[in-house]
Design a protein around this ligand. Structure first.
Ligand code: ZN
Length: 327
């Protein structure tokens, strides 16, 4: 009796993991990036962020929870920039209005709006600082951290986000979830002090470009290993709760990770630093408001209730728009 149940479980898991778009750096990595970004902040900011570090890291994954349920959320997590030809960064206007003019809003929504959404989030975070609204500062900080981290993952910048061929499917979750889960605890996250970004939209585009330049290497290493590694060594089965997962084995994961020469670590470090830079810049642009009066406060009951309700409604698949997400 064991064999058929096992096979059904594996099949179910495979079906579950072969969804069209994967929106996440991996929950583990997102939490870690937001957490470590707190330590890049200057003395005027770090107190508030340290007090609420659990909130900042835990809420980093809200945007992924929404991606499947809230209309218009999914394209904020990626940009398939290579859809736009051989020299996409030459062709694509950096500013939203000019990009809409050139390619239409429908097309941009279809291929992803990640860098522009980071810019939108920057506006929200700056406004939250101006209003001295602690709930909003913490929530927008957590959420912008998510999108910035997504911009630091190469496979969020390509139409080949989950393999160029059927054989390569699964590469997305492998790179951004499995590898950080296995190795992120070994990385060094010391990135220095956050610094001011003169042009946040331009910086968001730079992150996308830095990440996109790595797509070829990701595939090159992945494929060259596949050619030399027998299938029974490439894969392993792992039990998670009730489910049995077919995953890439530790040997293959290690070889892929090493073959990319610490790319995952470098991209996570890039994300940590960028998240700190964006938080710091929003605070400076808001006029460097005094945050100390907020230190003793807790997250409001209203926000806690809202987040609890949202989790329930997302779990039940109902569409819901956040009051903290006004557009
Ligand atoms: Zn995401």
């Amino acid at each position: 009796m064991k064999q058929p149940i096992y096979k059904i479980l594996v099949l179910l898991v495979l079906l579950m993991t072969q969804t069209e778009h994967v929106y996440s750096f991996g929950f583990h990595a997102h939490r870690k990036i937001n957490r470590m970004a707190v330590f890049t902040l200057p003395p005027e900011m770090i107190g508030l962020y340290k007090t609420h570090i659990e909130f900042i890291s835990e809420r980093s994954i809200d945007p992924d929870r929404r991606a499947h349920a809230v209309q218009g959320e999914a394209p904020r997590h990626y940009i398939d920039i290579d859809h736009f030809g051989e020299d996409p960064f030459e062709v694509m206007p950096r500013k939203w209005d000019e990009a809409v003019e050139k390619f239409t809003e429908d097309t941009l929504m279809q291929y992803g709006v990640l860098p522009w959404h980071i810019h939108v989030m920057m506006g929200r975070l700056t406004r939250a600082f101006r209003n001295n609204d602690m709930d909003d500062i913490l929530l927008q900080s957590a959420h912008i951290g998510h999108y910035i981290a997504d911009a630091c993952t190469p496979l969020h910048t390509t139409k080949h986000y989950n393999g160029r061929t059927p054989d390569e499917r699964g590469i997305h979750a492998f790179w951004e979830s499995r590898l950080p889960e296995l190795y992120a605890h070994r990385y060094d996250y010391f990135t220095g002090r956050a610094s001011y970004i003169h042009d946040p939209l331009e910086r968001a585009w730079e992150l996308v470009e830095i990440s996109h330049l790595k797509v070829d290497t990701v595939y090159l290493v992945f494929d060259s290993l596949r050619q030399h590694m027998p299938e029974d060594i490439m894969y392993a089965h792992e039990t998670r709760g009730q489910a049995i997962n077919r995953v890439y084995s530790r040997d293959y994961s290690r070889a892929f990770h090493d073959g990319m020469n610490d790319m995952v670590a470098r991209q996570m470090q890039l994300a940590v630093r960028a998240v700190g830079d964006f938080w710091f810049t929003a605070w400076v642009n808001a006029g460097q408001p005094e945050l100390e009066p907020l230190h003793g406060r807790s997250i409001s009951q209203r926000l806690r209730n809202f987040l609890r309700q949202e989790e329930k409604s997302l779990a039940s698949g109902r569409n819901r728009r956040s009051p903290y997400d006004p557009e």
